[in-house]
Design a protein around this ligand. Structure first.
Ligand code: CUA
Length: 210
């Protein structure tokens, strides 16, 4: 083996034969080792993010027709719906240049499946201080699930530059105590959230969740 190497390389002054493991230069071997370690680190990071930190990839949940989405189906009345004990669904519509609803009122510890779509062009949907962050593509439904375990206000914004009014595309998730949520629900407007702080726009406030 060493004979072959010496004949072929003509001994260019590299490492002594004694330093070679299976004919591999120590530096080369260290780089190979380093790249294997990197792969292990990356795989561990993905595993920890996915299973321990709860990172999810926004799924392309389903397809919708962006031409009729504003008038038919779930997004015709966007907002929060209770689907079980502590289980909610939020339907958010994006369009130039706003989100409907502008406010989602959520009880603490609610697990919310968030479905977002667009009726015109590509937008983004990110809820501040959470790991909810997804692209919103017309014709597609983006979905992420999040449990709001802290009372407070969590603004949501458009993260995809969509023209002049891009900076005006925002809204708020307001996480309230159980008691406050029940009080609001027995009043009105909780299901759509749109009218909670919209001032003069709050015309139709009667809403029932099925
Ligand atoms: Cu919508 Cu930026």
């Amino acid at each position: 083996m060493t004979d072959v190497l010496e004949r072929e390389t003509g001994d260019p002054g590299g490492p002594d034969d004694a330093d070679l493991t299976m004919g591999i230069d120590p530096w080369e071997r260290n780089w190979m080792l380093f790249s294997v370690v990197l792969l292990v680190v990356f795989a561990a990071a993905v595993t920890i993010a996915g299973f321990a930190a709860g990172f999810q990839l926004p799924g392309a949940e389903s397809e919708v027709d962006p031409r009729t989405i504003a008038s038919e189906g779930r997004w015709a009345e966007p907002g929060l719906r209770e689907v079980g004990d502590g289980q909610f669904e939020a339907y958010v519509m994006s369009q130039l240049w706003s989100f409907s609803p502008r406010e989602l009122v959520v009880p603490i510890d609610a697990e919310v499946d968030i479905y977002v779509t667009s009726q015109d062009l590509q937008h983004g949907f990110k809820i501040t201080d959470t790991n909810v962050n997804m692209q919103v593509v017309p014709g597609q439904v983006s979905k992420l699930t999040y449990t709001f375990d802290e009372v407070g206000e969590f603004p949501y914004i458009c993260t995809e530059y969509c023209g002049q009014g891009h900076a005006a595309m925002f809204g708020t998730v307001r996480v309230v105590s159980e008691a406050e949520f029940e009080a609001l629900q027995s009043g009105d407007g909780v299901t759509t959230g749109d009218d909670a702080d919209a001032g003069g726009e709050a015309a139709a406030a009667t809403e029932d969740d099925g």
